[in-house]
Design a protein around this ligand. Sequence first.
Ligand code: TPP
Ligand code: MG
Length: 396
Amino acid sequence: MAQDGTRPGPGSTGGNDDAGPASGTVLPGPAHAGADDLVQLIDHHGVRHPHGHYDALVADVDGAALQRLYEDMVVVRRIDAEATALQRQGELALWPPLLGQEAAQIGSGRALRSDDFVFSSYRENAVAYCRGVDLADILRVWRGNASSGWDPYTINMATPQVIIGAQTLHATGYAMGIVNDGADSVAVAYFGDGATSQGDVNEAMVFAASYQAPVIFFCQNNHWAISEPVGLQAHVPIARRAPGFGIPSVRVDGNDVLACLAVTREALARARSGGGPTFIEAVTYRMGPHTTADDPTRYRDANELEDWAARDPLARLATLLDSLGLLDAGYTDSVKARADAVAAELREGCLSMPEPAPSDVFKHVYSTPNSWLDRQQDHYERYLASFAQAPQEGPR
Ligand SMILES: Cc1ncc(C[n+]2csc(CCOP(=O)(O)OP(=O)(O)O)c2C)c(N)n1
Ligand SMILES: [Mg+2]
């Protein structure tokens, strides 16, 4: 919160810069957790703390399951690093890194069923990984090869939304459709802290509450909306907003994969059983730039990054696994080998992607023939052909 009670200045993260329990009023929500309480099962020292309510939701997560969550996080961090390298090498036009947000995305993503449907922003590449996306498909748009990366129905995940917050409306509408179908799947909208200031997100919450739609609003509060710190637009924890719409909310340590799994499972169970929407605020941190076109050193204090590096989601799980005797060389070697193989597959998929034909830009604009577009395509193709036919001018 701003020192003087006014707008926090640049670099401040206002009322949301802690990852520890905040004090204050406990607002309506799940009976066991107010919107201000931070759910945490594994602290940043890698210590597992018992929890009166959420332990039951992850009772099945044994050592082997924890190892799988760790492997997932290592692999998606590697995907992210490889894609960043591909951008630096000129193979991608742009890349939005997720470094630091692995636990929020893997914990929630691994809670979902295959018939649930995800509506994400551009940064949820770890969620796409959980959905089983073809690795090259993650890169297609960023390489400029396609207008969208995959067929949403193959993995039940819409292609990433760049219009901030719009996917919350899509998710809510989809969830209303689930009710009409009499199904028990759930729609999950992923968005950032900045997105919560968008009208779309607020409208989506009104509709979701009105229709008790089976939708989860999964907000990754990574503390920044490009160069704008979260405290500028949220003077109280973001999770507190949802109860005002009649939506129960929970604030979770977004760098704790087990806690993220637990709260998402609870929200899914509520939605499947007719209990309507839930808002989850996963308190995490974007350790990299907004995108590879951004330079966060221009607006962010290096100390802040250092603070959050000490709460790294992978490091704490590694420490816990080690304390359980589950981080031996055989295991870490196999995780590394898997990450190397995935990175190699990603790179190969990127470099071997066929170049689209210029006229492919007209594909998928409409699902049915359109004479106006056909005419444009015809003109464009004749224009391109004119270069091939132009007489070559010889040297004078
Ligand atoms: C409607 C709209 N307004 C503005 C932008 C430009 N823009 C792109 S990313 C971004 C910040 C989003 O921040 P946040 O929601 O916190 O997500 P994060 O990037 O941190 O994951 C903005 C303002 C946009 N893409 N769409
Ligand atoms: Mg953000």
